[in-house]
Design a protein around this ligand. Sequence first.
Ligand code: G3P
Ligand code: CA
Length: 258
Amino acid sequence: MTAMQVVAHRGASEENAEHTLGAYLEALDEGADGLECDVRLTADGHLVCVHDRSLLRTGANRGTVSTMELKDLHELDVAAWKHPWADLDDEAPDVDPELGRVLTLRKLLETVADCGRPVDVAIETKHPTRYGGLVERRLVQLLGEFGWAGADTPVRVMSFSFTALQRVHRLAPEVPLVMLVEKAHHWPMLRRLVQPDWIIGPGIKELRDHPGLGRHLAGRRIHVWTVNTDEDLKLCQDLGVEAVITDRPAYMLEQLGR
Ligand code: G3P
Ligand code: CA
């Protein structure tokens, strides 16, 4: 049986500022099998790894990502909010600022390509339908530059939007896709739409709250988010889940005896 994959959610984001190069390098160091990231498009057409619509939570800036240019985003420190010294008088240690800047998807893919071992990248497009297909076109174009838009790719594309996944499928039919499922009651509708070889991505809370969902997903490849405790890991093991997406890759690997 293939081992369950441990995928670092936004990097090793429990201890590190999410979506920063620092968080991803830590996850690679810890031995994560894959890295998860959310992507958004900047005003000048770059895909950047950011979860929220704005950087208010992580960068103390009210601007929305889609109206800002990469050079302006790059000036922000998106790691300071997470550091223990942020609220204290302690002096910040001397950390390479590049580890705490907004990360482009290109840089993340380069980091994976250069890391010296096979690592998967699970890329989630955030609210892609607003851009009429531009996010998907840019994404597939970028994957193509790495030679990763075909069957032999370490990348999979995830979305809560069926439309977004369809677009990616049209542009790059061999790239694996993950249909994220927000609510268990969406599944009966989704199961009629999604192709049998698409991976299904339910949230762990839905699996906990709706034991029937696991039965409905039997026979499908399942990637679950966001799995941070040993109880939840055990539930995933019982359901034969293929990958867990976690803020705590080191802890999950330890629980799995790896
Ligand atoms: O991996 C899917 C999961 O990340 C979806 O939730 O809000 O963390 O992007 P969110
Ligand atoms: Ca995500």
